[in-house]
Design a protein. Structure first.
Length: 229
């Protein structure tokens, strides 16, 4: 029987904690090193077969340059936008929060792999996750789209919550609303848009814009109107 791969995880942030939990669930062997470890990284990674560099994007390249012995093994990072010679991108399409997720969620996380040296099956032969390859020239656009889809709605929802409180409405009043919007989009994305933008109701749109005169949302509303109508 082929010896299972032992992974060397570098870092202690959110992604590292989630991945450690996932590997524990699947009984996948790994070792961990971070800045608080009272030893050099090379001895800790000595028995690892694959190096997973799970630190901040702007620190990955310099870290590997400063520890060239690690480059004798396949080095993988989880950044969606970073492209460097010494490590390949395997991006998990997921938002990793402080709290761990339910056990059945982790196998559903898709990975988008920078096409090149290693395939997903090379690096993670025992993971059941869906995975896709992307051409390197498309990687930065892919990540920008991820940021827009995953973060812009959250910023808007946070701002809307603050405004709801200012007009004496509970901040969670629209949770069922946005939950249903997400559900409808997943079920039928082409027909999920509703409201004045779907109807091209110019009078209602103008009224909305006027009501937002003293809000930072006014400019956002206007940009969406100009872009999508």
């Amino acid at each position: 029987m082929k010896k299972p791969i032992t992974y060397g995880m570098i870092g202690s942030g959110r992604v590292a904690r989630h991945l450690q939990h996932y590997f524990d669930l699947l009984h996948i062997p790994f070792v961990v090193w971070d800045r608080q470890t009272q030893t050099n990284v090379e001895p800790v990674m000595e028995h690892a077969d694959v190096i997973l560099v799970l630190i901040k994007d702007d620190a990955i390249e310099s870290f590997l340059q400063n520890h060239p012995l690690l480059l004798q093994k396949p080095c993988i990072h989880f950044s969606g936008s970073l492209q460097i010679q010494n490590a390949q991108s395997f991006h998990p399409l997921c938002n990793f929060t402080d709290a761990l997720y339910s056990d059945d969620f982790y196998p559903k996380i898709p990975f988008v792999v920078e096409k090149g040296r290693h395939t997903f099956s090379d690096i993670f032969p025992t993971l059941p996750n869906p995975h896709y390859e992307i051409a390197p020239e498309h990687q930065k656009l892919y990540h920008a789209l991820c940021v827009i889809a995953g973060n812009f709605p959250t910023l808007l929802w946070q701002t809307c919550q603050n405004h709801f409180e200012k007009i004496n409405l509970p901040k969670d009043i629209f949770y069922p609303y946005i939950e249903n919007i997400a559900k409808q989009f997943i079920q039928n994305p082409e027909n999920a848009l509703t409201g004045p933008f779907a109807r091209k109701d110019s009078k209602t749109i103008a009224s909305n814009e006027a009501s937002l005169e003293d809000s930072q949302l006014k400019e956002i509303y206007t940009v969406f109107k100009k872009s999508f109508l």
